[in-house]
Write a protein that binds this ligand. Structure first.
Ligand code: AHM
Ligand code: MG
Length: 339
C-alpha cells in the first residue's frame, strides 16, 4: 500500500513482494540508483558555482562533445552499481561498449543488467535548465554465473523489469516503474530523503501540449509536418500549446502531468532519428505505457522493436494515448499517399 509522504526507502521495501521474481536484488539495485542520484543531484545543483562546466574534451561514440557533468554522472552511476556488486552488466550512453561485471568470478549470481543515460539533455546544463538521468533494467538472458554478452543488452523493451528517470529540475524527482504503475518521489534536499509525492502517475488520455524541435520542420517526414499543422489548427480544443525544453526527461515529465505529446522524428538530417532506443526510448516507453500513455516510432510500438546495436537510434513519438494515435494516423496517411 502506497501512501503519500512515504519515503522511497520504505516504498521499495513494502513493494518488493509485489514483484514476481522478488529476491531483494531488484530492491537493492533501485536503492543504489537512488543513492547515486543523490550524489549526482548534489553535483548538478552546484554546477553554476564551481568550475566544472564546459566540454571535457572527450567525444562519445556518437561524436558529440561530452560535458564534464556527463562524465561525472556516468562515473558515479557505474561506480555505485559496480562497487555494490548488484548487477552483472552495465551499458551507458556515454560508453562505447557494455561493461561486464564480475566476469572473472564464476560464482557471482547477479541476474540484472542496467542500461543508463547518466545525464540526458546535457547541453542544457550550462544554461541552468533541467536535465535528467534515464535507466532501464532487464534480467540477463545468458546463464547466471557467466560473463554477460551483447545478447543480454539487445533485448526488446517489452522485456524490461523496471525503468525510471531522475529529473533535476526545480525540485529533484525519481519517477519509476517495476511494471505496477508509475510512482514519483521528490527529494527533500535538507535531509536527503525522497518522499512519495506523485503516486500512480498517469498521462491524461488527451492533452494540449506538443513538444518538438520545430526548427527542424523542413527536414521532417510529411506525416509529422501534417500532424504539427493539425496541432496548430483553430478547431475544437486546438490550437495546442507548443512547449519544448530540449531535455527529454523534463518534456516527458511535464507532458505526463499535464497531457501532451513529445516527438523526435527522423528527418533528412537524422535519418534514424536522434534518440537512442536502449537508453532513452525503451525506458520512457515503459514508463509511458505503465502510466496509460503510448510510445511509437510512428508505425510500431517502441517496446516491440528488435534492437540490433547498443547505440541504435529510432524516431520517437510518446505521450497521451489519443495524441499518439492521431500522430500515427497522420504517419500512415502520408505513407499511403507516397506509395
Ligand atoms: P543527449 O543524449 O545528447 O543529451 O540528447 C538527447 C536530448 C533529449 O533530451 C532532447 O529531447 C533532445 O536531445 C533535444 O535535441 P535537439 O536539440 O536536437 O532538439
Ligand atoms: Mg541522452
Amino acid at each position: 500500500m502506497s501512501r503519500k509522504n512515504q519515503t522511497l526507502g520504505e516504498f521499495i521495501i513494502e513493494n518488493q513482494q509485489a514483484f514476481k521474481y522478488s529476491s531483494g536484488e531488484l530492491s537493492r539495485l533501485i536503492n543504489s540508483i537512488r543513492l547515486a542520484a543523490k550524489v549526482v543531484n548534489h553535483e548538478v545543483n552546484k554546477a553554476g558555482l564551481v568550475d566544472i562546466l564546459g566540454a571535457a574534451g572527450d567525444t562519445n561514440i556518437q561524436g558529440e562533445d561530452q560535458q564534464k557533468l556527463d562524465v561525472y554522472a556516468n562515473k558515479k552511476f557505474i561506480q555505485t552499481l559496480t562497487k555494490r556488486n548488484i548487477v552483472c552488466g552495465i551499458a551507458s550512453e556515454e560508453e562505447d561498449d557494455f561493461i561486464a561485471i564480475n566476469s572473472q568470478d564464476e560464482n557471482h549470481g547477479n541476474k540484472y543488467i542496467v542500461l543508463i543515460d547518466p545525464l540526458d539533455g546535457s547541453s542544457n546544463i550550462d544554461v541552468n535548465v533541467s536535465v535528467g538521468t534515464i535507466f532501464s533494467i532487464y534480467r540477463r538472458v545468458t546463464p547466471v554465473g557467466t560473463a554477460v554478452t551483447i545478447e543480454d543488452f539487445l533485448q526488446k523493451g517489452s522485456q524490461q523489469v523496471a525503468a525510471g528517470y531522475i529529473v533535476y529540475g526545480t525540485s529533484t524527482m525519481i519517477v519509476y516503474t517495476t511494471g505496477h504503475g508509475v510512482n514519483g518521489f521528490t527529494l527533500n534536499p535538507a535531509i536527503g530523503t525522497f518522499y512519495l509525492s506523485h503516486p500512480n502517475m498517469e498521462f491524461p488520455a488527451d492533452g494540449k501540449i506538443y513538444s518538438v524541435n520545430e526548427g527542424n520542420y523542413i527536414h521532417f517526414p510529411q506525416g509529422i509536418k501534417s500532424y504539427i499543422k493539425y496541432c496548430q489548427m483553430e478547431e475544437g480544443d486546438r490550437p495546442y500549446t507548443s512547449r519544448y525544453i530540449g531535455s527529454l526527461v523534463s518534456d516527458f515529465h511535464r507532458n505526463m502531468i499535464k497531457g501532451g505529446i513529445y516527438i523526435y522524428p527522423k528527418s533528412s538530417k537524422n535519418y534514424e532519428g536522434k534518440l537512442r532506443l536502449l537508453y532513452e526510448c525503451n525506458p520512457m516507453a515503459f514508463i509511458a505505457e505503465q502510466a496509460k500513455g503510448k510510445a511509437s516510432d510512428g508505425f510500431n510500438r517502441i517496446m516491440d522493436i528488435e534492437p540490433t546495436e547498443l547505440h541504435q537510434r529510432v524516431p520517437f513519438i510518446c505521450g497521451s494515448r489519443n495524441m499518439v494515435d492521431k500522430a500515427e494516423e497522420f504517419m500512415r496517411n502520408a505513407r499511403t499517399l507516397n506509395s
